[in-house]
Unconditional design. Sequence first.
Length: 212
Amino acid sequence: MPKTPTSTRKARTRRQPCAETDALAEKLGETIGRLRKADQLSLGDLSEMSGVAKSMISQIEKNESNPTVATLSRLSQALGTSVEAMFAAAPTDTALVQHAKVQDIPRITSDDGLCELRIIGAIETVQFVQVYDFRAEPGGVLISSPHPIGSVENLTILSGELEVRIADERWSAREGETLRYHADRPHSIHNLGDTLAHATMVNILAHSVRSG
């Protein structure tokens, strides 16, 4: 039997580009970028936290590189989520947009270790509206850098009492009350009580405020 030419064998085994795979890779890069920006991390910050080179992270976000599972694992841990969650795509045949499991919800801890923010809003909207579940132990303080000019933060107290400080101004709110304040300047949230304080925080970024 005559041998098949090498060029023919290669032609038979060459795979065509897969549109679904390309779309998934693009979604992954966008997701990593959104999570990084939601945590207010630079490429350098995420590189230091994950051990992944800054240039590699940049390439992944731009869909210019195919990261290994180990790389994705390090990035997901640094971003407080899971590899599965970063790959998850919204179903198209159901009214359910997403079912976020407990382990898939990113968490941010304050510098004093007494406050926790869970990002419960959709990753796809973090550049416009950010929704958090906020808990503060007694004495806990969450210090935040300014958000884009024009941003407004909404803090609804579910239990306990919290105090918001901006420069020399201070406001406190109890269970069932909401504080809305300009978040485009340094601000902090304090739990001055003796019990755990629980709140929902919605941060409407500048471009959303202007268009409203």
